[in-house]
Every structure is written in C-alpha cells, then in structure tokens.
Design a protein around this ligand. Sequence first.
Ligand SMILES: CC(C)(COP(=O)(O)OP(=O)(O)OC[C@H]1O[C@@H](n2cnc3c(N)ncnc32)[C@H](O)[C@@H]1OP(=O)(O)O)[C@@H](O)C(=O)NCCC(=O)NCCS
Length: 174
Amino acid sequence: MIAIAAEKPDQREAVLNLNRAAFGGDDEVGIIERLSEAGLVKASLVACEADLIVGHILFSTLDVAVDGRRPRVAALAPLAVHPEYQNRGIGSRLTEAGIAAMREAGHDAIIVLGHPAFYRRFGFAHETVAHIASPFSEHEAFMGLELTPSALKGCGGTCRYPAAFGIPEDALQR
Ligand SMILES: CC(C)(COP(=O)(O)OP(=O)(O)OC[C@H]1O[C@@H](n2cnc3c(N)ncnc32)[C@H](O)[C@@H]1OP(=O)(O)O)[C@@H](O)C(=O)NCCC(=O)NCCS
C-alpha cells in the first residue's frame, strides 16, 4: 500500500536518492537543495511503500505578476517516481495531494514545466499562462492551474524563477 505524507527531516537523503534514480542525474537534487536553503519550499510530499520512499513532489514559491496583481503562485518541481514504481498511479496521487495541499495553504495557482500529456489530466494548461512572460512562455510544457478562479487571467505578466532553478533571472521571453 502506498501512503502519501509530508517529507520528514530524516527522509531528505532518501528523497535526493530517489530523484537521482528517477532523473538519472543530479540536476533536480541541486534544485531541491537550493530551494530548501533559500527557504522557498512550500510543500514536500513523499509516497512511501512501508519504509521505502518511492515518490516525491515539491512545491516552491514563484514570483508571478499579472496585470499588476500579485497572485500567490507555487511552482511544481520536481516530481519523481522511482523507475521500478512508475505507471502505478503514484505520480498522479502525489500531484493530486500536492494540488490539494496548495489549495488548502491558500495559493491562487500552480505553474509547472512538464510533460503536457501527464499534467493536462489535472487541469494544467499552457493557455492559462501563455500570456505570462517567462523563459518558457513559448513552450507547451509551460502550464498553469488556477486554484482561485481567474487568478492568472490578464493581458500580460511575468513569471520569474528563483536562482535556485539555475535559470538566468532576466531570461524572460514572450
Ligand atoms: C512522470 C512521472 C512522475 C509519472 O509518474 P507515474 O507514477 O509513473 O505516473 P502515473 O502512474 O500516475 O501516471 C502514468 C501516466 O503518466 C504518463 N507519463 C509517464 N511519463 C510520462 C512522460 N514522460 N510524458 C508524458 N506522459 C507520461 C503515462 O503514459 C501514463 O499515462 P496513462 O495514464 O494515459 O497511461 C514518472 O514517470 C517519473 O518520475 N519520470 C521521471 C522523472 C520525470 O520526468 N519527472 C518530471 C515530471 S514533469
């Protein structure tokens, strides 16, 4: 049985190892460590089978402005499921639990850069954020989900990723 819960402090090493296994490298490990050091983590959830961590999802604060408004937006990244446990619904359960946690915490929206075929099923859409300038505005993978109706609606805006993501802060694109 798979249980979803908030990451505990003594699970960090296992979370990092899981991300290494899922992504085949250290890029996401660096992002998790830098987001944590910068105090930007909003939620970090793990999926466990007994004592084994088999999935992980993290949400962090994202600096978004739309038509002069400042909605409370969380970035969803990374999401990882251990290769031996993929395609069993764990990534979906983590995503649903994370969306619920962000809604409960009072966030207005979530933005993700990910596989459209996976995230569309939860309501994420590129059209929701296509008018917001970011390094990824032109890409279908740049998607948003509104938790407060019309939170991201507008004529224009900006989405600035913190340095923790390793993206140049001035790399905005329309
Ligand atoms: C993407 C990932 C988190 C999905 O987790 P999961 O537990 O396997 O997902 P679920 O079992 O809940 O859902 C499986 C569905 O996701 C789809 N999916 C899995 N990987 C996908 C990908 N790279 N692109 C598009 N869809 C993908 C499957 O095709 C499947 O679709 P179906 O339900 O229509 O058959 C997992 O495969 C993973 O960790 N991949 C490596 C790391 C990664 O790419 N993470 C970034 C996510 S943006």
